[in-house]
Design a protein around this ligand. Structure first.
Ligand SMILES: Nc1ncnc2c1ncn2[C@@H]1O[C@H](COP(=O)(O)OP(=O)(O)OP(=O)(O)O)[C@@H](O)[C@H]1O
Length: 262
């Protein structure tokens, strides 16, 4: 794809303390209309990488660009270009489903006409129409997760950053989410998604980033990742799960803040 990447991560080293980086020299891009999966064991650094992309953490070295700009250069454009769906929902207990959507609409400058049609169809697609007036504190766990997802989808950003979105969703909710993600990528938005559900990641993402102990140990298409994992590249190549296992097994699970010894 010749288009400029939506997300560019160059030489990103980062973490919670400058003396103990969690992420080591990450380099990757997400192009317009692409769905990219970030996979790695517990503690590999996925959420930490996402926090850096969101601008919640400061890089020790390297830079992150969204739509060609760093957060420091263009804070407003940077933030408006992305929507984040966290692993655990962050909602205002005292606001209703509809009020949350209204807030997001205002924050992202969604026009009144599109606001109405988009919220109507999102509420339908996520089976939340009967709950439109309910307080967030009265929703079930999965419904709270759906709220976060609907807010992101209402914003129609150029980049969706999604951390383990399937937890807590029922099978219809998972299907609705995946259908919507396919739809938004067809419209040119990009999705950067972290998940442990490798079969889903494999079927929906066109490229993968395998993070292990804070280092990218493989990235690219399924064929690329399989090749890096030392698997045959010919017909009927292996699954993402098999490649992942080969890439990260043997050194023991757990990852850890130390990363590799350098
Ligand atoms: N707030 C924090 N302060 C210090 N270290 C942290 C903090 N949060 C995470 N870490 C450490 O950073 C490393 C990477 O954690 P991270 O949460 O990014 O992993 P992850 O890949 O998202 O894992 P999971 O699959 O379990 O969500 C771990 O060693 C973890 O202990």
């Amino acid at each position: 794809m010749a288009m400029k990447p939506v997300l560019e991560v160059k030489g990103l080293t980062g973490g919670y303390s400058p003396r103990r980086p969690v992420l080591h020299d990450l380099n990757f891009e997400v192009a317009a209309g692409e769905m990219v999966g970030l996979i790695g064991l517990n503690g590999a650094g996925k959420s930490t990488a996402i926090k850096h992309i969101l601008g919640l953490m400061q890089a020790h070295a390297g830079e992150i660009r969204i739509g060609g700009h760093t957060l420091a250069e263009q804070p407003e454009q940077y933030r408006q270009a992305l929507a984040y769906v966290p692993e655990s929902p962050l909602l205002f207990d005292e606001l209703t489903v509809e009020e949350h959507l209204r807030l997001t609409g205002m924050a992202y400058g969604v026009e009144e006409a599109s606001y109405g049609t988009r919220t109507g169809s999102l509420l339908d697609e996520f089976y939340m129409t009967p709950k439109r007036g309910a307080f967030a504190s009265h929703l079930s766990k999965g419904m709270r997760q759906k709220m976060m997802i609907m807010n992101a989808l209402l914003a129609r950003p150029s980049l969706y950053v999604i951390d383990e979105p399937f937890l807590g969703l029922d099978p219809l909710g998972i299907r609705s989410l995946l259908d919507k993600l396919v739809e938004v990528t067809k419209e040119g938005s990009s999705v950067f998604m972290s998940s442990h559900i490798l079969s889903t990641v494999e079927s929906y993402c066109s490229r993968f980033i395998v993070l292990h102990q804070g280092v990218i140990v493989a990235q690219g298409t399924l064929a690329d990742v399989c090749e890096t994992a030392g698997m045959a590249r010919n017909a009927g190549a292996g699954s993402l799960e098999e490649a992942f296992y080969r890439l990260v097994a043997g050194e023991g699970a757990g990852g850890g803040a130390n990363g590799p010894v350098r």
